[in-house]
Design a binder for this molecule. Structure first.
Ligand SMILES: *Cc1c(COP(=O)(O)O)cnc(C)c1O
Length: 401
C-alpha cells in the first residue's frame, strides 16, 4: 500500500466526509509546487483555494511564524496585541479602511459584517433597516448567516430555516438592484469577482451605479474580498480596479499564506458601531496569525510584485483565449488578474482528473467551469505547461453531438 492509500483510508475511516477528495494526500509544498505522499510532483493552480498567494512555504512568512511561535502564540483580546495592531495599521494604510476587526475565516468575517450593519442602523434609530441584498450565484460561507447570504439553493438544501433578512438579486443587473433597494435595505453585500459562483467579474458601470444607489438610499456597501483580496486580481484589493470604495470589506483567504485568519475592515464611521461587548472572537487577531499576515502583506503590497502578478494574469488569460479559438468546447474565458476560468459546454470533472494525472492541480466550480487560482508567483513557463496539458486533453474530446 502506498503512503497515499494509507492516508486515504485513514481519512475515510475518521474524517467527516464534507469534501469529495481527489485520491492523493499532499505532504509537502515549495513555491508553485506540491508533492503527494508517493513523491509525485504537481504544479498548483489551486493554491489551497486562493490562500497560498505567495506559493507554498514562502521563506519570509515561515521565518516570521517560527519566530513568533517561540515568543507568544496566544493571549486574550482582553489585552493589547502588538502584531494585531501593526497588521491593522498596515491594512488601513493600504486600503480605504480605518479600522479592522479580526477573526479566523471568511465566513466569520461575513458574519461580523452582517451583525455590524444590523447594529449600525439600530444604533442610529433606523430600526426598519434589517434587509441585506446579495447577488445570485454568490458565495459568502457556510455558517448560517453567511449561508443565508449565499444566493445558491444547492447550499441551502435541508438547512432551513435560514437566517431571515436576505434578499437576492441577479448579479450585474442594475435594474433589479434598483427595484430591490428600499428604506428597509441595511446593506448590499457583493463579491467584486464572484469566485465559487463561476468567476464572474462585476462590470465597472454596475459597481459604480451600486455605490451611488447605496449612498442615495442610506444603505451600506460591503465587498466580500475573501477570495479577491491580497493580490489575487492583480491589485491588492479588487475594489481598486473599479474606483469604488465600499463602507466595509471582508478578508480571509490570501491574508496569511495559510494560517487561519479573517477580517472585517471598514470606515471609521461604520466600524464605530463595534463597542466592547458587541462582537468578539477568542482566536481573532492572535499573534501567530498576525505575524504571518504581516509577512505576507509586506511581500504582496509591493507595487512591482502586484504589477508582475497582473501581467502574468494577462498572459495566462491570453493563452486561455487562444485555447478557446482552437477548442469549441470552451464557451468563455473569464476573470481578473490570476483569478481565471474557462466555461465549458460540458462537465469539467474529467478534465480536472486528467490534469491531476499530468501533474497539474486545477479546480472545477458550477459543474462546467474550470477555475485557475495559481500562486501569484507562477511563471509563464508553468502556465505554458498547463496550457499544453489542457490542449492535449481538449484535443481528445469528441465534438459535442
Ligand atoms: C471562501 C469564501 C468565503 C468563505 O471563507 P471560509 O474561510 O471558507 O469561511 C466567503 N466568501 C468568499 C467570496 C469566498 O470565496
Amino acid at each position: 500500500m502506498s503512503d497515499n492509500e494509507a492516508i486515504i483510508q485513514l481519512t475515510g475511516r475518521h474524517v467527516a466526509t464534507t469534501y469529495g477528495r481527489f485520491p492523493i494526500a499532499l505532504v509537502k509544498g515549495k513555491g508553485t509546487r506540491v508533492w503527494d505522499a508517493s513523491g509525485k510532483k504537481y504544479i498548483d493552480f489551486v493554491s489551497g483555494l486562493a490562500v497560498n498567494n505567495l506559493g507554498h512555504c514562502p521563506p519570509a512568512v515561515v521565518q516570521a511564524i517560527r519566530k513568533q511561535a517561540g515568543t507568544l502564540l496566544h493571549v486574550s483580546n482582553l489585552y493589547h496585541i502588538e502584531p494585531q495592531s501593526r497588521l491593522a495599521a498596515q491594512i488601513t494604510q493600504l486600503s480605504f479602511a480605518d479600522k479592522v476587526f479580526f477573526c479566523n475565516s471568511g465566513t466569520e468575517a461575513n458574519e461580523a459584517a452582517i451583525k455590524l450593519v444590523r447594529r449600525y442602523h439600530h444604533d442610529r434609530g433606523d430600526t426598519g433597516r434589517r434587509e441585506i441584498i446579495t447577488m445570485g450565484n454568490s458565495f459568502h460561507g457556510r455558517t448560517l448567516g453567511s449561508l443565508s447570504a449565499t444566493a445558491q439553493k444547492k447550499f441551502h438544501q435541508g438547512f432551513q430555516p435560514l437566517v431571515p433578512g436576505f434578499k437576492y438579486v441577479p448579479f450585474n443587473d442594475p435594474a433589479a438592484l434598483e427595484s430591490a433597494l428600499s428604506k428597509k435595505t441595511a446593506a448590499v453585500l457583493i463579491e467584486p469577482v464572484q469566485g465559487e459562483g463561476g468567476v464572474h467579474v462585476a462590470e465597472k458601470s454596475y459597481l459604480k451605479r451600486l455605490k451611488k444607489l447605496c449612498a442615495e438610499n442610506g444603505a451600506l456597501l460591503i465587498f466580500d474580498e475573501v477570495q479577491t483580496g491580497f493580490g489575487r486580481t492583480g491589485k491588492l484589493f479588487a475594489y481598486e480596479h473599479y474606483g469604488v470604495r465600499p463602507d466595509l470589506m471582508t478578508l480571509a483567504k490570501g491574508m496569511a499564506s495559510g494560517v487561519a485568519i479573517g477580517a472585517l475592515a471598514g470606515t471609521k464611521k461604520v466600524m464605530a458601531t463595534f463597542m466592547p461587548g458587541t462582537h468578539a472572537a477568542t482566536f481573532g487577531g492572535n499573534p501567530l496569525a498576525c505575524q504571518a499576515g504581516m509577512a505576507t502583506l509586506e511581500t504582496i503590497a509591493d507595487e512591482t510584485f502586484l504589477a508582475n502578478a497582473a501581467a502574468t494574469g494577462g498572459y495566462f488569460s491570453g493563452r486561455l483565449q487562444e485555447l478557446k479559438q482552437r477548442f469549441p468546447a470552451i464557451r468563455e474565458v473569464r476573470g481578473l488578474g490570476l483569478m481565471l476560468a474557462i466555461e465549458l459546454d460540458r462537465p469539467g470533472a474529467g478534465i480536472v482528473q486528467e490534469c491531476l494525472q499530468r501533474g497539474y492541480l486545477i479546480n472545477c466550480v458550477q459543474d462546467k467551469t474550470l477555475r485557475f487560482l495559481p500562486p501569484l508567483i507562477v511563471t509563464r513557463k508553468e502556465i505554458d505547461g498547463l496550457i499544453k496539458a489542457l490542449a492535449s486533453i481538449l484535443g481528445a474530446f469528441p465534438a459535442r453531438p
